[in-house]
Write a protein that binds this ligand. Sequence first.
Ligand SMILES: [Zn+2]
Length: 95
Amino acid sequence: MKGFSALSRRGDAGAASRVKDWVVARFGDSAEQAVLVSETQCLTAGCPPTLTVIAILTPCACVRFQIHKSLGDVTQDDISALGHAAPLLPEDLCC
Ligand SMILES: [Zn+2]
């Protein structure tokens, strides 16, 4: 599996904005909220080498998800499943 290394930079940027759109569709959007999508390496033995990190930032909370896929391989189903793996933004923590 070395297909992702053949992706062009433009392709990677497209994947990032596509994933971001799915995150916004899944968790909602507001003026105070920022969604960050990035790709990083996982160094844990036995893990796929590439990891997509999604962070949802609000003034009160930061929710972070990791998907063990390269950014270009993340699907909308992966984003839909995030809500089952982690709680939505915790309103209780708001200041
Ligand atoms: Zn890992």
